[in-house]
Design a binder for this molecule. Sequence first.
Ligand code: NLE
Ligand code: FE2
Length: 325
Amino acid sequence: EIKSTEKADNVITAEEIWIPKHVSDLDKCGHVVVKYEPTEDPKHPGFGDKDYISRRAELNAIARDWKFGDSMPDIQYLPEEHETWRIAYSKLKELRPSHTCAEYCKNIKQMEDIGLITADKIPSLQAIDKYLRAKTGFQLRPCGGLLSARDFLASLAFRVFQTTLYLRHHSKPNHCPEPDLIHEILGHTPMFADPVVAEFSQEVGLLSIGASDEQIERLATLYWFIIEFGLCEENGKLKAIGAGLISAFGELQHAISDTPEHAPFDPYKTAIQKYEDSDYQPLYFVAKSMSDAMEKLRKYALDFDRSAINVYNPFSQTISQLSHE
Ligand code: NLE
Ligand code: FE2
């Protein structure tokens, strides 16, 4: 939605981009991008599976009807969905100590210790939401698939994470071409429980508010290469920080092997790097640590061309713009 606004001095400025001001405005930020849908894409593992397609539509309808203030839906997952979860969870657990970063290992262990994450069933979204709010103030809201970058990034500005509700197809428990609940819960939520990851994500989100399309593309690319597919170095070894790796058994092994290229994380280069979104990445960026990535992002933000600085108030859950003209 684009609308022009009038300024106090009655000078109509160039068209301004609609921006969410309060966390409830995210009800208007759920635009799904049609990509890898099992109804359209013959390469989707669920293509042609009528039961899978209707289940996915049923869960996406719940996401579509959800409004700010509702509690996370209490979905009765089917036995075969719990089974897909169990297979993915167990395989990924094997790789955890050797392939994933310390922050991930620590947080997922805590989630397991308190019984939030178990092998036998899909965790309660209400319980995960409660856990995250207590850890870093991140909250969940359901979404119906891959969102437009602008909508997705806007939600991060409020420390809101838009999560899909459906699961990957049972024939491919170890990889999914699109986000699914296994990716969200096993890949993202333990990382959003980390204060630096939460801050990094919110900073990218705040930069996106009111940004141009070209800037949105750069911010989405930064998010992609750190929060989805980032690596870090721990005691001379590559480890995954990115959720898209942590939730995919095959790509997780590929990423830290000698096959792909590895380059140091540098926002100026990373933000303009082309990425692969239908196969394993040929190139991954390596952060010295999450804190180092955060520091580099802060410097990058200082150079980011914007007409206003977006400030988030966590008490009122609002964003206000400080103009620096
Ligand atoms: N490939 C990831 C997985 O299988 O969990 C999902 C990536 C979403 C960007
Ligand atoms: Fe993701």
